[in-house]
Write a protein that binds this ligand. Structure first.
Ligand code: NAI
Ligand code: BGC
Length: 257
């Protein structure tokens, strides 16, 4: 199939829902074969696969917990075994746990850091080792957040993880540039997905948030997928070491409630 990602293979973590799902479908519509990674709901991954195929691409599903190094290695190994290559990695899987700072447990700290940061770190390592051995170029796209840079009181674990992702991206852009591998972050603002379900169900919180967004609406998953396509496509070939904010202007106009 023709398209801006024709012939490419892309792994997108946590792509049974939300932003990851939209990216998988968009990539497939541009000719990529997509690997739909999911944690515990195969039916969600199957839905992404069906929609990716309906969009004209190919898709496979692979279960794996990105916070477990054995799983990140297996995800890349199975991709190469089944598809013979892997050109694009989207580190999209993420979680947030809100709490007063003084109530945060070690288990919650570990979970948020392990999924959002350690997972991206070691999955990228497995991805890069294969490319280095095969002498092939690649693209790494991390789903960071405006909170890699902007405060999010009551979510300090999330900020620590996304802030770490910001410097991880910058570091790897330099180290991996000579291998022809680009590394960039996407920093969404408030996007309408399951991660925001609680907030979106509370009109007071939702309206307060919307008042902070100059464009006056939450972002859609398709807004983010378009940017992820740019970074994976030939148009993004010379972009590395950057964070692309996509937030309707939120970062320039944020007030804590
Ligand atoms: P979501 O909750 O729909 O997506 C997160 C996905 O990650 C889910 O499919 C979930 O099953 C998966 N996941 C969680 N733990 C995992 C694990 N250990 N291994 C594999 N997969 C796992 O929410 P959304 O919004 O689509 O989130 C995607 C990314 O976007 C996250 O990294 C999030 O931090 C980031 N983001 C989201 C924003 C928003 O407003 N929705 C704004 C900024 C960043
Ligand atoms: C968080 C969302 C939040 C958004 C804007 C994202 O990183 O995951 O819950 O609405 O930032 O604050």
């Amino acid at each position: 199939m023709a398209g801006r990602l024709a012939g490419k293979v892309a792994v997108i973590t946590g792509s049974g829902t939300g932003i990851g799902q939209a990216i998988a479908i968009r990539y497939a519509s541009e000719g990529a074969t997509v690997v739909v990674n999911y944690l515990e709901h195969p039916e969600q991954a199957d839905e992404t696969k069906a929609r990716a195929e309906a969009a004209g691409g190919k898709a496979i599903t692979i279960q794996g917990d990105v916070s477990k190094i054995a799983d990140t290695n297996r995800l890349i190994d199975q991709t190469w075994q089944q598809l013979g290559r892997c050109d694009i990695l989207v580190n999209n899987a993420g979680i947030e746990i809100g709490a007063n700072f003084w109530d945060i447990t070690e288990a919650d700290y570990d979970r948020v850091l392990d999924v959002n940061l350690k997972g991206a770190f070691f999955l990228t390592q497995a991805f890069v080792r294969r490319l280095r051995d095969a002498k092939r170029p690649g693209r790494v796209i991390n789903m960071s957040s405006v909170h890699e840079d902007m405060v999010f009181p009551h979510f300090p674990t999330y900020c620590a993880a996304k802030g770490g992702m910001r410097m991880l991206m910058r570091d790897l852009a330099v180290e991996l540039g000579p291998l022809g591998i680009t590394v960039n972050n996407i920093a969404p603002g408030a996007i309408s997905t399951p991660i925001n379900a609680r907030m979106m169900a509370n009109p007071t919180e939702l309206n307060a948030l919307l008042a902070n967004i100059p464009l006056g609406r939450m972002g859609t998953v398709d807004d983010v997928a378009g940017l992820a396509l740019f970074l994976a496509s030939d148009d993004g070939a010379y972009v590395t070491g950057s964070t692309y904010v996509i937030d309707g202007g939120l970062m320039r106009n944020y007030h804590e409630q």
